[in-house]
Design a protein around this ligand. Structure first.
Ligand SMILES: C[S@@+](CC[C@H](N)C(=O)[O-])C[C@H]1O[C@@H](n2cnc3c(N)ncnc32)[C@H](O)[C@@H]1O
Length: 215
């Protein structure tokens, strides 16, 4: 590779090369990253930090909403839901059903997100009740109410269903309410990961920006 090409490649590379100058002092610095560079997909403020130091810092600021997704048929949306949950700093992500899920869409964000597995809906519901969290289903059922005008509680878990079947009747029955996202085109639904991003952002608008929805 010519020098020019090498420079071009470096310019498009994510992250930073080895630390220049005397190494900084502090327990959160990762000596291996300082020595060889930090190419992780993290904010610049976390460059060269140990992984556990980043998680610990995020833990001091996590929001009070949780997200859950049902996983009975290996739903491919889960990785994207985890990535969005990381972006909006959800307290935890819950996988209900099968333990295994495809991590591809998560783009490694699952390493920074607390993920809890519940084998059954019953287990999930008893956990949510023990934490005093409002269970809110997100789906388009005849009894759903519009997310756009719903006053989301601060402490809640937003639950999403699978491509195809949507939320199970068990989650529907356990939910304090089921919320629908208004659509205007010809399709019945959007995918679960898109719905999850919209719902999480509704919580952010309400509880970080104080935007109370108008009926
Ligand atoms: C593709 S949908 C499932 C199909 C849907 N139950 C139906 O009746 O056509 C998968 C998941 O995405 C979410 N979802 C998709 N569109 C939605 C909408 N307009 N409002 C609320 N949730 C939606 C729900 O969590 C749903 O369980």
């Amino acid at each position: 590779m010519t020098e020019e090409r090498e420079d071009e490649r470096r310019e498009h590379e994510v992250g930073v090369g080895p630390w220049r100058g005397p190494w900084p002092e502090g327990d959160h610095w990762d000596h291996e990253l300082l020595a060889s560079g930090d190419r992780r997909n993290v904010l610049d403020r976390y460059r060269y930090w140990k992984h556990e130091a980043i998680v610990a810092e995020l833990d001091t600021r996590r929001h009070e909403f949780h997200v859950a997704i049902e996983n009975w048929q290996h739903d491919l949306n889960i990785g994207t839901v985890v990535r969005t949950a990381n972006a909006f700093l959800a307290k935890e992500v819950h996988i209900i059903g099968r333990r295994r899920w495809n991590r591809r869409g998560a783009m490694v964000t699952d390493r920074y997100q607390h993920i809890r597995h519940h084998a059954t809906v019953e287990d999930f519901v008893s956990w949510a009740r023990s934490e005093d969290l409002a269970i809110l289903g997100v789906d388009i059922f005849p009894d759903s109410v519009p997310l756009e005008t719903y006053e989301l509680p601060r402490r809640c878990v937003l639950v999403f269903g699978q491509e195809g079947p949507g939320l199970t009747p068990e989650v529907h029955a356990a939910a304090q309410a089921t919320l629908s996202i208004e659509q205007f085109g010809s399709t019945r639904s959007i995918n679960a990961a898109s719905a999850a991003a919209i719902a999480m952002h509704a919580w952010i608008r309400r509880w970080v920006f104080g935007q109370v929805p108008k009926a």
